[in-house]
Design a protein around this ligand. Structure first.
Ligand code: SF4
Length: 256
């Protein structure tokens, strides 16, 4: 484990404390997240998860698989047809286009609609293949590695990024789309704690440290959290700036 920017001094100790507190509070309820054992399913699921909450993401996934039980059926559908099915999760046109591009590229690279070839690759090799596919960022690649390939990696999703900035682990100036950020956080967490910490951070970000209205008064981290970036005195009703719709649409197409 090591500390490197954009982690702040003391970041290792803070991360260990956050890990212990969230583990005691939530106990790694992995089933809430709905991640997939199959790598291609997980890749599509992560695209659906962009800019929506877990409940709507899981519901949109169910709708998609009910409408298109096989990848071949999904690949043959038009973006407009797919977008109609994805309506509940938002950004449906962008997600539909991205999923179709992903399936086409997977078929080209793997020779079939499957990412099973990743099973025998090293972490680095699998990550390289995944991040070259349409719509998959470092976070998405590491979700596939973690949940479908059982590798000891730590995806830094939007919940993790937000919480680690507010709690003073990451610099306020940290940039989400830099690989150095994803590597710095991953390298600061013991390999055998990465999966549990990721799950607990996602759950914490969905239940308590919400983007617009963090529920600080009932947060298990309250006494240790400097609440960086929140207005002084802000609590359950703090309203913060979120990405504009145009930025969110562009981000889906660049990589979830
Ligand atoms: S105290 Fe508030 S800002 Fe800090 S982690 Fe908890 S909910 Fe988030």
């Amino acid at each position: 484990m090591r500390v490197s920017p954009p982690l702040l001094r003391g970041g290792l100790e803070r991360l260990a404390q956050i890990d212990a507190v969230l583990q005691a509070a939530y106990g790694t309820p992995e089933e809430e997240l709905g991640n997939k054992d199959d790598p291609l399913e997980e890749a599509v699921y992560i695209i659906l998860s962009f800019q929506t909450d877990l409940k709507r993401c899981r519901s949109t996934w169910s709708s998609l698989r009910a409408a298109y039980p096989t990848w071949v059926q999904l690949k043959r559908a038009t973006p407009r047809e797919i977008a109609r099915v994805l309506h509940e999760g938002g950004l449906q046109k962008q997600k539909a286009r991205t999923i179709r591009r992903l399936l086409a590229e997977v078929e080209l690279v793997a020779g079939q609609l499957s990412l099973d070839m990743l099973q025998t690759m090293s972490d680095e090799e699998a990550e390289r293949v995944l991040t070259r596919l349409p719509g998959l960022s470092w976070k998405a690649a590491r979700c596939v590695l973690l949940y479908s390939l059982q590798r000891e990696v730590l995806p830094v999703d939007g919940n993790t990024f937000r919480i680690l900035k507010r709690t003073g682990v990451l610099s306020r100036r940290a940039v989400y789309r830099r690989r150095t950020l994803h590597d710095a956080v991953q390298n600061a967490v013991p390999a055998d704690r990465r999966r549990a910490l990721h799950v607990n951070l996602v759950v914490h970000g969905q239940r308590t440290c919400l983007p617009r209205a963090p529920q600080c008064p009932r947060c298990p981290l309250l006494t240790a959290c400097p609440r960086i970036g929140l207005p002084v005195g802000a609590s359950a009703h703090a309203h913060l700036v979120l990405p504009t719709p145009a930025k969110a649409r562009a981000a889906v197409e660049m990589g979830a």
